[in-house]
Design a protein around this ligand. Structure first.
Ligand code: TXA
Ligand code: MG
Length: 339
């Protein structure tokens, strides 16, 4: 299949909508990461996404909407918690798990009776949903297991020949996937950290949010994830990454002792000047938003350099940084050394 790669404009947005209405799939920009979109109501269209990504069938897709009318189409009802979160954070990088309506295909939700819904703020994403008039099921536009793409070029690297159209909307503003929260029960549960933080949502809801343990720890054998996506390795570049937790001085000492061919540091911006190993940076220390914006492209950069072994600086574990830590610990297959 030939893949058309085109900038976002009126014509390409109309073409994307046409393809989607016909039951095809299209890669689109969002403010978080690029997604591969299809009509969420059409099970056959949704299956094409799973095939193009090589995604396990039991991992449900987030449904993207452009307004409240569409919301009431895709869910059974909107409870008080969901309403408060939607009012506060939509359009934006927040996915809310709610009871699914019958309109959404069971393929989209991997057979679950709930659905994750989000209203993206990216103008191109919004225009494509609006032009198609359909709720769009869309996972990140990477091959399953690869870092999520934050530029259209990253999508092309993974998806060339696997889908008919990639819409280039430039670099994604946020850079990590949406926050995922379930409001199915009285106590909301954070399933995936993102740019919208637990602290911000607790303030809006006026109650505590439970954090799913799978966010920072590896699931034990046989343990089931409340969010199916959490059980997969995810975000992994080809190199073997180890997070070194501790001060920069200790990091430098350890990395310098272990240097060799193909050994790289994934460090905070500015630190590369103080290390004799080759470095890829991923934003300033304690700047979670900048790190989120840079992390996935830095992971892909390590692959382009043919890095074999990578020592990574450890981000903070609160606010937006929790999202960065959650992605990085998976990229490292949970290898972490406390210095
Ligand atoms: O920012 C994003 O959310 C991006 C862009 C494209 O919007 N999409 C994205 O999709 O990250 P994906 O498929 O890579 O991640 C979806 C996550 C998975 O971990 C999945 O298991 C979880 O959301 N999820 C989706 N529906 C769910 C449901 N009904 N119950 C629990 N978890 C769900
Ligand atoms: Mg993904």
């Amino acid at each position: 299949m030939e893949t058309i790669f085109t900038p976002a404009n009126e014509q390409s947005i109309a073409l994307a909508a046409e393809l989607i209405k016909k039951g095809d799939i299209v890669a689109i920009p969002t403010e978080t990461v690029y997604g591969i979109a299809a009509n969420a109501c059409d099970g056959e269209a949704v299956k094409k996404i799973f095939k193009a990504k090589g995604r396990p069938q039991d991992n449900p897709l987030i449904v993207h909407i452009c307004d409240n009318n569409m919301l009431y189409d895709v869910v059974k009802y909107v409870n008080a918690d969901a309403q408060k979160l939607a009012d506060a954070f939509w359009p934006g990088p927040l996915t809310i798990i709610m009871p699914k309506s019958d309109k959404i295909s069971s393929e989209n939700c991997a057979g679950l009776d709930s659905v994750g819904v989000r209203m993206p703020s990216d103008p191109v994403a919004n225009a494509i949903i609006r032009a198609s008039g359909l709720p769009l099921g869309a996972p990140s536009a990477n091959l399953s297991g690869k870092p999520s793409p934050t530029s259209a070029e990253d999508v092309l690297a993974d998806m060339n020949g696997r889908l008919p159209l990639i819409i280039d909307g430039g670099s994604c503003a946020r850079g990590v996937e949406s926050t995922v929260i379930s409001v199915l029960d009285d106590t909301p549960v954070l399933l995936r950290p993102g740019y919208i933080t637990k602290e911000e949502m607790e303030y809006v809801l006026g109650k505590k949010i439970e954090v799913s343990p799978a966010i920072v720890e590896k699931l034990k054998d046989g343990e089931t994830a409340r969010s199916p996506g959490m059980k997969y390795k995810h975000y992994a570049p080809a190199a073997e990454i180890t997070i070194l937790e501790g001060s920069f001085d200790k990091f430098r000492e350890y990395a310098e002792e272990h240097k060799g061919e193909g050994v790289y540091c994934l460090c905070f911006t500015g630190e590369e000047k103080m290390l004799s190993l080759p470095c890829i940076t991923y934003g300033h220390e304690h700047d979670g938003a900048e790190q989120a914006h840079m992390l996935f492209s830095s992971l892909r950069e390590l692959d382009k350099c043919n890095a074999k072994t990578v020592f990574a600086r450890c981000p903070d574990k609160d606010g937006i940084s929790l999202a960065v830590y959650n992605r990085l610990i998976r990229a490292a297959a949970f290898r972490l050394i406390k210095l």
